[in-house]
Design a protein around this ligand. Structure first.
Ligand SMILES: *[C@@H]1O[C@H](CO)[C@@H](O)[C@H](O)[C@H]1NC(C)=O
Ligand SMILES: *[C@@H]1O[C@H](CO)[C@@H](O)[C@H](O)[C@H]1NC(C)=O
Length: 201
């Protein structure tokens, strides 16, 4: 499994600050709202009989119209070293996912996509979201770059971002968690994404 050494440092720092994630009441634009348009759905059955559902959605119908005019897209690897992350928890008054489903989701992604020989990266076109869902829990990886397809690594999702938000937000009874990247010296275009844990609808 590919796991950048610098991230291991961040994991240990993050582990000491889990309870300190700030909490606010409004989830920012999550791109998984009602005006999103399904582009592709794939279901995978796990060894425990759960269904892992992977969806690619356009954030709005306009995204599809626009992409019809686009030339060949630039594809950028956004799984970079030396990123740091801002984690936020949300308590919207709605019901959140269960921590058990989120932990099963994390395990299902590892089982399905991180076997020996699997690709390290998944890609998400600009203006779209990739969601991974199991039961009540959904991971959503939103590409907010205006022009480029971004690629991201499964190992950072399941080895770091997912567990941080599950333990820092969902286990505490929050209804959602969001991670956004930053990093001095890292080009802004590969930081234009967010990773969210929300209730699967
Ligand atoms: C995937 O599974 C869901 C139920 O979880 C079902 O509604 C949907 O039709 C399935 N889609 C495909 C493409 O198999
Ligand atoms: C995605 O990027 C292409 C250029 O690569 C652009 O033409 C298109 O408008 C963009 N779509 C959105 C929704 O931003």
């Amino acid at each position: 499994m590919k796991f950048p050494a610098t991230l291991l440092v961040l994991v240990s720092i993050g582990a000491t600050t889990l309870a300190a994630f700030p909490q606010t009441s409004e989830i920012p634009s999550s791109c998984i709202g009602t005006d999103s348009v399904v582009l592709q759905i794939s279901n995978f059955t796990t060894s425990t009989g759960d269904i892992l559902r992977v969806e690619h959605k356009a954030c709005s119908a306009a995204t599809i119209t626009n992409s019809g005019h686009s030339k060949r897209q630039t594809v950028v690897d956004a799984c970079v070293l030396d990123e740091s992350f801002t984690f936020r928890c949300f308590a919207t008054g709605a019901i959140g996912p269960t921590a058990a489903d989120c932990n099963n989701l994390n395990a299902a992604i590892i089982e399905t996509f991180e076997a020996a020989g699997d690709l390290d990266l998944f890609s998400v076109a600009n203006g779209t979201v990739a969601t991974f869902r199991l039961g009540t829990c959904a991971y959503a990886w939103v590409n907010q770059n205006p022009t480029d397809t971004l690629e991201f690594c499964f190992s950072e999702t399941t080895g770091f971002l997912g567990p941080e938000l599950i333990n820092g937000c969902i286990v505490n009874g929050d209804t959602a968690g969001v991670a956004t990247p930053s990093g001095a010296g890292i080009p802004a275009n590969i930081l234009e994404w967010s990773f969210e844990i929300v209730r699967a609808t």
